[in-house]
Design a protein around this ligand. Structure first.
Ligand code: CNA
Length: 396
């Protein structure tokens, strides 16, 4: 299984497989037919240019606004115990992120183009926005490691809920209820919450990176396990490309690693150009425009600030915490030391839902990410990566 990337960084090492550790070198590897089984691993950074905020960047987007929702702690929106008590905050978030609100980016189109060319072995994504699917990547090529909005079910009896009904209810910010006789359980999209297992497809495909002849990692901080270890499963001597604003996960340490530390869209365009695919890529991406709802991506007329303002207004209107929930929140806040209380709550939730030693759960541990982002694989678990700006990390 994957090893921590502990070898010293040697960006100058001569490649063993590639002609050069550049996009041109990679393009030759691809166009010469040496890369026919490409594994792509993605995260929130491939969707930011679609208008979906990267949760990790402080001060932007949805999560800053969650602080205004009177949640006991921001992660509660993804906490199954909290969802049982008050599903509304999640439905507010779901309305914003629901598929159809955003158009795939040129990076999503690039992944789909790899599939069209028969070169895509598998795309592992941490994203829940379904934009890979919307760009044309078929379900059997996708591993949505943290689930997605593509399906939904009752949290009690697990019966699937119809997609049309879910879309309508989410649009109206009304909570869906199971339609099975005598059940009436809450319905939620199959997104992995605290206390839930990763989808079975992740574990079934976890070793697929071993088979890759090229790995492309894009738009992820590689801080969430077990996803973060996937690039380490790629064989020695197999080229790995990182397209990301920052260096992450120890990529760059191996002799055939290539770093492109910039925007994802820019990176895939440059790689496509080096492969002679520029026109094809733009045309392929153009095809995603017709399917997008008006007002998405390129046609988007609202700025991020306006989106956030609007969401905040919706949030303030939509979230009327019920009396019992409010009492629970007040109980938390009246603790002598609210920080300690918050930590206690988190630990309690973890011990209730995760148990010990079960590494198959997404948020099983909360190791502080104390490693230098430039070097080793500083992966942590939990939603620290989502809410660092809300001061949680320091308490870990
Ligand atoms: P993250 O921890 O927020 O990291 C994102 C990474 O992408 C960071 O290293 C950024 O520097 C980098 N980045 C951001 N924008 C760009 C860009 N335009 N070009 C290049 N690099 C960029 O997100 P991860 O995906 O690593 O963390 C996993 C979490 C985030 C999962 O649980 C997701 O469900 C969750 N998430 C999903 C979405 C989505 O579905 N679109 C959005 C936000 C968060």
């Amino acid at each position: 299984m994957g090893q921590e990337e502990s070898t010293p960084i040697d960006e100058g090492a001569s490649p063993t497989t590639l002609e050069s550790r550049t996009l041109d070198g990679l393009a030759k590897h691809i166009t010469s037919g040496q890369a026919k089984k490409i594994v792509v691993m993605t995260g929130a950074g491939i969707s930011t240019s679609a208008g979906i905020p990267d949760f990790r960047t402080p001060g932007t987007g949805l999560y800053s606004n969650l602080a205004r929702l009177q949640l006991p702690y921001p992660e509660a929106v993804f906490d199954i115990s909290f969802f049982r008590q008050n599903p509304k905050p999640f439905y507010v978030l779901a309305k914003e992120l629901y598929p159809g609100n955003f158009r795939p980016t040129v990076t999503h189109a690039f992944i789909s183009l790899l599939h069209k060319k028969g070169l895509l072995l598998k795309c592992f994504t941490q994203n829940i926005d379904c934009l890979e699917r919307e760009a044309g990547v078929p379900g059997d090529k996708l591993v949505e490691a943290h689930g997605s909005f593509a399906t939904q079910r009752c949290i009690e009896c697990k019966t699937e809920f119809p997609a049309d009904g879910m879309r309508r209810l989410v649009g109206e910010m009304k909570v869906a209820r199971c339609e099975q006789p005598r059940c009436n359980g809450l319905v939620k999209p199959d997104i992995v919450f605290f206390g839930e297992q990763l989808p079975e497809s992740f574990f079934r495909n976890r070793e697929v990176p071993y088979q890759a002849d090229l790995a492309i990692v894009m738009g992820t901080s590689l801080t969430v396990q077990p996803f973060a270890s996937l690039p380490t499963f790629v064989g020695e001597g197999v080229p790995r490309l990182l397209i990301n604003k920052e260096r992450v996960g120890g990529i760059g340490n191996r002799a055939d690693d290539v770093l492109f530390l910039d925007e994802c869209d820019k990176g895939v365009r440059e790689l496509a150009k080096a492969c002679g695919w520029s026109e094809e890529l733009e045309e392929h991406w153009g095809g995603t425009a017709s399917k997008a709802q008006p007002g998405t991506t390129k046609e988007k007329t609202k700025t991020m600030d306006e989106e956030v303002d609007e969401l905040s207004r919706e949030v303030e209107e939509a979230l009327k915490l019920n009396a019992s929930h409010q009492a629970w929140v007040n109980g938390e806040l009246s603790s002598k030391d609210s920080k300690l209380a918050e930590e206690k709550q988190k630990k309690q939730v973890e011990s209730e839902v995760f148990g010990e030693g079960d590494e198959t759960k997404l948020h099983e541990s909360r190791k502080k990410d104390s490693q230098d982002a430039k070097g080793e694989n500083g992966a942590t678990s939990g939603l620290d990566h989502v809410f660092p700006h809300l001061g949680k990390k320091s308490s870990l």
